[in-house]
Design a protein around this ligand. Structure first.
Ligand code: 6PG
Length: 225
């Protein structure tokens, strides 16, 4: 499906509106909202703004598109960032937050995460209502970095991925899980990414983010600065 590329005037408000709208639609259609959070800096003010919205948090299921293999109290942890900006500020039941265990063996953590998704999805394959993604300066998204094995994964939903560029293990959603979502939204709000974006939208790039292609869902790029 052709991506919906939006140039935001007020990036944080528009991103927050998009998430809130998706939540209300999911509550109405299926009773719960499955939202995957991204890491990095871009989503921080969005998560803070989302914490102020009057959502029924008891019906929100939070997952993480990727995690750095560090303990949850490490400054590099995406879970810690989400707690500080959003999760500690809203009345979400702890069992609704599916944390990737960055502190244990990465392959075990990835397998456990995939099993947890299956458990939360008695109706069949786990399908997110909304997956938020970022785009790194090398075109990576989630922890799908250029040249890494996770890019080739076609059946598992969550895998461990050693990222030589970062000299660290990561746990990441794979394309099959991302592409199964009802809606995938890239949030890009930092200067200096225009050249990559141009290539991505040209349709000829092989950046990992350019390969995201929801099978039966929407794809939005919300662009700020
Ligand atoms: C991570 C991410 C990663 C991130 C991009 C964009 O854990 O590092 O999930 O994919 O979204 O690198 O990061 P910025 O928002 O900081 O530019």
């Amino acid at each position: 499906m052709k991506p919906d590329v939006r140039h935001a005037i007020d990036f944080v408000t528009e991103a927050t509106d998009l998430i809130e709208t998706a939540a209300l639609a999911a509550f109405e259609a299926r009773g719960e909202f499955r939202l995957a959070l991204s890491g990095g800096n871009t989503p921080k003010p969005v998560f803070e703004a989302l914490a102020q919205r009057p959502l029924d948090w008891s019906r929100v299921i939070i997952t993480f598109g990727d995690e750095r293999c560090v303990p949850p109290d490490d400054e590099r942890s995406n879970y810690l960032m989400a707690c500080r900006t959003l999760l500690d500020a809203v009345p979400i039941p702890p069992e609704n937050v599916l944390r990737m265990k960055g502190e244990i063996d990465p392959a075990t953590a990835a397998a456990e995460y995939e099993a947890a998704l299956h458990e939360r999805s008695p109706e069949g394959a786990f399908r997110h209502d909304l997956i938020l993604l970022g785009m790194g300066p090398d075109g990576h998204t989630a922890s799908l970095f250029p040249g890494t094995p996770a890019l080739e994964e076609r059946s598992r939903l969550v895998v461990e991925n050693y990222v030589p560029q970062q000299k660290m293990n990561r746990i990441t959603f794979t394309y099959p899980l991302i592409d199964a979502a009802r809606h995938v939204c890239f949030l890009v709000n930092s200067a200096g990414k225009d050249a990559i974006l141009e290539e991505v939208f040209s349709g000829t790039s092989d950046y990992p983010c350019a390969a995201v292609n929801p099978t039966d869902g929407r794809l939005t790029w919300l662009l700020g600065a």
